[in-house]
Structure formats: structure tokens, C-alpha cells
Design a protein around this ligand. Structure first.
Ligand code: ADP
Ligand code: ZN
Length: 435
């Protein structure tokens, strides 16, 4: 296996050394936060923990957990740990689940974040010879600026496209021979679809790799994108609260994302009891930023449901790996008492040969939850007879029942009738919340 690292000494650091480094940084960071963020100091005081009680990572669990609600309560400056004049940038969450959260960066914070993105680009084989097309949104959203900075650090020719204007994206891929595409997986799928319509074959485009993240996507969707674009598709994870994309990234093994543990300590907790769970358990991912200066969150609850593993990785990196997040705890729908994740529905659809263009509608009729799934027919299937379409719907309903444990109603709809996403896709409309 080819070995590519951006910062080899850190990325392959022996575990005991890495953990000693984390401990040293954590002790300093707790002091920094205690002295400069009154809101968190109060939380620590209430819990009866002082900075002197934290000697290393083994004491991390003693610190209070912090959540998005805390960030909303302290909006806009409450979590700032340095004078505002030392900050050079803000970014903000996408607001997928409510009011936006603002994060602040010093110049060092920006450097650190961009380095993380550079590691991700090098891990997929990126070098200064590459042409990196960044089709994540630019602006407050962290996707564009993060990958843009990482691409500069690697020395790639950077195409700061932002999202949207798909025809132009394809024109630039073609004319400037882009080799690495960075965007959300749903947008990558859409770019692939339009390329196909334009008659560009997967092997004809110059792309070799994609760095796709910012939203959940399944292994099935990965295979689908790899086929339509003729590339290797890699996952990248991050959140504004900890910096942005690049908190974790996939290496050539494509079996989970290495968390940049020299900057972020990861824990998995039981979301109900808040107890720390052993490695390998499924639970809520919690991050502690040990290097961030302006917005250093300790034990931040991401609400992403995930699993960590320390199995040796063939790429040689020693940093812990996280699996694809199985969805956010608040993405999970409880339908007729059963837990349903959109990712399960996506798996069934792609395995059944459908493109990842679907919409999930949840409602309530006669005191019972209803689940309807709209799925697009492919242009070829559009010519099917009504009877064949009905059979297809039945087959999908049976496969869905087996996967979910409850039976949805599947509606096959005309090609292109479901809106395409250029950023984070909105898959679920839960009308129960609107009544
Ligand atoms: P918002 O929470 O408003 O969407 P962000 O833009 O900061 O704000 O998005 C961060 C969230 O996006 C993460 O907490 C996670 O739920 C999701 N996310 C980011 N990358 C991935 C990924 N590779 N796979 C699944 N979900 C992801
Ligand atoms: Zn690896």
C-alpha cells in the first residue's frame, strides 16, 4: 500500500507518545478554559472539579459535558476564550438542527484546521501536482474554506468553485483537468448524474479521487459515486464547533476515518446516562479540542452516533478511527415505536439499483405514524408499464420491511422530480412536528 502523509511524525506517532502529548495539552487547555470562559468555569465549579484535578487524559471524564444548547445560550461571545481582537475569522454551523452556532478562530486555529484538511488531501494521494476542485459551499459554512486552505497547504492548484452551477463545475473539471473533487456526497452524486447526461463516461474525466463529507452517506452510496464518477471516494468528517472538516479523514484503506488525535480527543458516551463507553461501543461522539485557542470546547457532545476502533491500519497511521457516523441522534426517527435511520433506507434503495434520489415523509393519520418514501425511477424505467412499476414498489416495500422492521409505503416517481442537493441534502420531512 502506498504511504502518503502530510505530517508523518504526528500521523504515525507511537500511541504512548501520542497519549502523553494529549495529556500535556489537555492540562494546559483546561487551565486556559477555566481562566477565560466564565460559563464553563461555573459548570466546573458546580461539578466540583478544579483544573488541578486534571492530570492527564485519564481524568477527562471528570469534566462536565457541554452541548449545542450551551453554545446557543452563550451566543454570540460567551464561549470565547481569547480577546476578540486576537480572532481573525468566524465560521458558523449550517443550522441543520436549529439556530446557527458561531465559532471563532485565531490565526493559529485557522492554521491547525487547514493542516488537518491538508492531511486528508495527502491521504487520498494529493500532491502539488494535483488540481483540487472545491465544490463545497464557501462563506460561513466550513466546507469550502477548510478544504481550500488544506489544498493550498498541499500546494495543489485550487479551484475555489463553491457549490452550485453544476454545468460550470463539469466544464472546469474537463477544461482544467481537475483530479480531486471536494463536495458533499449528495452533490457528487448529482455532478455524476449530469456528467452522464452530457455523455461523459466515468473513465473519460480527469478525476481520480473525491473527498466527500459534511452529511451522512452509506457504503452503498460510496460505491455508486465511485462507479458514476470513475474515482475513489473518501469520507471526511468535522463540525464547526471543533473547527470544520478534517477533524477526521479517511486513508487509502477506506475503512473508517482517522481522528486527528494530536488536536482532538474523542470519547464515546451513552447519550442517556452520559457514561463513557469502552472502545468499540456504539454511542454519542464527544470531542475535546486540546489546541484550539479562541473557541476551545471541552467534552463537546456532537450528537453523532458512532463507534471508535484502534485496530492497526495498513496505512501506518496510529490515530484512532471512527466509523461513518450512523446519523445524528436527532436524525433518528421514531416511527410506530421503532428507531429508523435515513441511512437504512438509502442502503435498501441503492442495493435495489436505484439512484440516491429519495425523500422520506413521516406523518400521523388516525393516531398512527405513517412512513412514505418517494423514490425516483431511472430514465430507462420510466417506460415501464404501470404493472411493472407497481411490482417494483412492492419489492421495495418488502425489502424495506426486512431492513426497518416496519412497513413503509413506497412511491416511485418520475425521474428528476425530487430536488437535487448542492450542499447538505434534506432527506426527511417529518410533518408530525408541524401539527
Ligand atoms: P450543522 O450541525 O448545522 O449541520 P456543521 O455544518 O458544522 O453544522 O455540520 C457538522 C455535522 O455534519 C456533524 O456534526 C455531522 O452530523 C455532520 N457530518 C459532517 N461530516 C460528516 C460525515 N462525513 N458523515 C456523516 N455526517 C457528517
Ligand atoms: Zn489508515
Amino acid at each position: 500500500m502506498q504511504k502518503n502523509y502530510y505530517q508523518p511524525e504526528i500521523e504515525t506517532m507511537e500511541l504512548s507518545k501520542l497519549q502523553a502529548l494529549q495529556s500535556e495539552k489537555l492540562v494546559k487547555q483546561v487551565k486556559h478554559v477555566y481562566e477565560n470562559v466564565p460559563y464553563y468555569r461555573d459548570m466546573m465549579d458546580k461539578k466540583g472539579v478544579k483544573p488541578e484535578d486534571i492530570h492527564g487524559i485519564e481524568d477527562l471524564h471528570k469534566l462536565p459535558l457541554i452541548s449545542k444548547t450551551d453554545l446557543r445560550e452563550t451566543y454570540p461571545y460567551g464561549m470565547l476564550a481569547v480577546p476578540l481582537e486576537d480572532c481573525v475569522r468566524i465560521q458558523s454551523t449550517s443550522g441543520t438542527t436549529g439556530k446557527r452556532v458561531i465559532a471563532y478562530y485565531t490565526q493559529n486555529d485557522v492554521e491547525l484546521w487547514e493542516e488537518c484538511c491538508a492531511r486528508a488531501i495527502v491521504a487520498v494521494g494529493g500532491t502539488k501536482k494535483d488540481v483540487c476542485q472545491v465544490a463545497y459551499g464557501y462563506g460561513l459554512f466550513t466546507g469550502g474554506p477548510g478544504l481550500n486552505g488544506g489544498s493550498h497547504k498541499v500546494g495543489c492548484l485550487t479551484l475555489p468553485m463553491s457549490s452550485g452551477n453544476t454545468e460550470r463545475q463539469i466544464q472546469f473539471i474537463t477544461d482544467l483537468k481537475a483530479t480531486i473533487l471536494c463536495c458533499t456526497p449528495s452533490y457528487a452524486a448529482y455532478i455524476g448524474e449530469v456528467m452522464k447526461e452530457q455523455g461523459i463516461k466515468p473513465e473519460e474525466n480527469s478525476l481520480k479521487a473525491g473527498i466527500f463529507g459534511a452529511e451522512p452517506w452509506t457504503e452503498e452510496m460510496r460505491r455508486d459515486i465511485e462507479k458514476t464518477l470513475g474515482i475513489k471516494a473518501y469520507d471526511i468528517y468535522g463540525l464547526t464547533e471543533t473547527s470544520g472538516p478534517g477533524v477526521a479523514f479517511e486513508c487509502e484503506a477506506q475503512t473508517g476515518m482517522h481522528i486527528n488525535e494530536d488536536h482532538f480527543i474523542a470519547e464515546i458516551i451513552d447519550p442517556d446516562t452520559e457514561e463513557v463507553l469502552p472502545l468499540g461501543s456504539v454511542g454519542e461522539l464527544v470531542f475535546t479540542s486540546i489546541d484550539k485557542e479562541a473557541f476551545p470546547l471541552l467534552r463537546y457532545r456532537t450528537r453523532d452516533i458512532c463507534k471508535l476502533t484502534r485496530e492497526a491500519c495498513p496505512c501506518g497511521r496510529t490515530h484512532v478511527k471512527m466509523c461513518k457516523p450512523m446519523g445524528r441522534s436527532d436524525d433518528m426517527m421514531i416511527i410506530r415505536g421503532v428507531n429508523v435511520f435515513p441511512s437504512q433506507i438509502e442502503t435498501v434503495l441503492i442495493n435495489g439499483g436505484y439512484a440516491p434520489n429519495y425523500q422520506i415523509l413521516v406523518d400521523r393519520a388516525n393516531n398512527t405514524d405513517t412512513l412514505d418514501i418517494n423514490v425516483e425511477l431511472s430514465p430507462e424505467q420510466e417506460k415501464d408499464t404501470t404493472k411493472t412499476v407497481a411490482q417494483r414498489e412492492k419489492a421495495l416495500e418488502t425489502a424495506m420491511r426486512a431492513m426497518l422492521g416496519i412497513g413503509p409505503k413506497v412511491h416511485l416517481v418520475a425521474p428528476k422530480s425530487i430536488a437535487r442537493s448542492e450542499g447538505k441534502a434534506v432527506r426527511v420531512i417529518d410533518k408530525r412536528k408541524l401539527h
